[in-house]
Ligand binder design. Structure first.
Ligand SMILES: O=C(O)CCC(=O)C(=O)O
Length: 295
């Protein structure tokens, strides 16, 4: 089994079908090279100053998290229309609003060995039949090849039972894709970084999106505090968690006791009602915050 690799003009419906079927899908050359180069340049300082290592991260891999704090251009990838289309289809049937789980620049240096295969949703100790808790989105900030450590994906592994034993993961395939392409995979799909046997780094930006009623992997409102977050548009602020999940008595993440949302809900009252929720109320602090100046 392999991963489908589509051109950028493929219909989102076909991309989503392939993701549902195979647990992962590649869409080639979605982002312009100039944007990808700008994002890579904005991540550079943080990647270069990374000084940790672990069995999971690797010994020759650099990482940087919370990228919206220092990479404004990454917002164009994080809230890319195709990404939102895919996240809407996979996550939105199961939550009122989804959120960023994490945003991470990952640079695999020459000489790095294979990362262990894993599932990103393993922090959540539950499996709910028929739906995913999160998705992963890996942007290729350079060409991803089998030599330089393209992400390894086990097609179909989102259907593996979560048995006590490790499943057979030997059928992984490398997500080879040119710079500017994007790999989508389910939170339940087994995957991991590849070994870099080339002479150049392999750089990517991996973002996860999770159901809004789960605790996100990263505390995004601390990583990207209000003074920075307010520079982004409403969609990005919502993804960062500057909003509530649900409405009225079904609300999660509220602040000071009522509806604190810093951003307007896009979910219409009709949709909320269809989900069994009742419409929310507005808050004057929302406008005050939106108009305040960064400190
Ligand atoms: O770098 C990669 O290709 C994948 C990294 C990854 O899956 C992770 O660290 O969770």
């Amino acid at each position: 089994m392999s991963l489908k690799s589509f051109k950028a003009n493929e219909s989102p419906a076909n991309i989503i079908d392939a993701l549902r079927r195979d647990g992962g899908v590649i869409v080639r050359e979605v982002a312009q090279v100039s944007l990808v180069d700008t994002v890579a340049a904005e991540l550079r300082k943080e990647l270069d100053s990374f000084d940790k290592s672990s069995d999971f991260i690797g010994r020759k891999t650099r990482r940087c998290g919370g990228v919206l704090a220092y990479s404004p251009s990454s917002a164009k990838l994080i809230a890319h229309r195709l990404v939102l289309d895919v996240a809407d289809a996979i996550l939105l049937p199961h939550c009122a609003e989804y959120q960023i789980g994490s945003t991470t620049g990952i640079e695999i240096l020459p000489g790095e060995s294979e990362q262990q295969l894993h599932r990103d949703d393993s922090p959540y100790p539950l499996q709910l039949a028929g739906f995913e808790l999160q998705i992963g989105v890996m942007w290729a900030l350079c060409d991803f090849t089998v030599e330089n450590g393209a992400t390894r994906v086990v097609p179909g592994s989102h259907r593996f039972l979560r048995a006590w034993h490790r499943p057979d993961l030997s059928s992984w395939v490398p997500a080879e894709m040119p710079k500017g392409s994007v790999l989508f995979y389910m939170g339940s799909t087994w995957h991991g970084g590849g070994a870099n046997r080339s002479s150049t780094p392999r750089t990517g930006l991996i973002n996860t999106y999770s159901l809004g009623w789960l605790r996100p992997e990263v505390s995004n409102t601390l990583e990207v505090p209000p003074a920075i977050a307010r520079k982004y548009d409403e969609r990005v602020r919502r993804l960062l968690g500057y909003t509530t999940h649900g409405t009225c008595q079904d609300q999660l993440g509220h602040y000071r006791g009522d509806d604190p949302v810093w951003v307007h809900r896009v979910t219409g009252d009709a949709e909320a009602a269809a989900r069994g929720q009742v419409p929310g109320i507005s808050d004057s602090r929302e406008a005050a915050l939106a108009n305040s100046q960064p400190t």
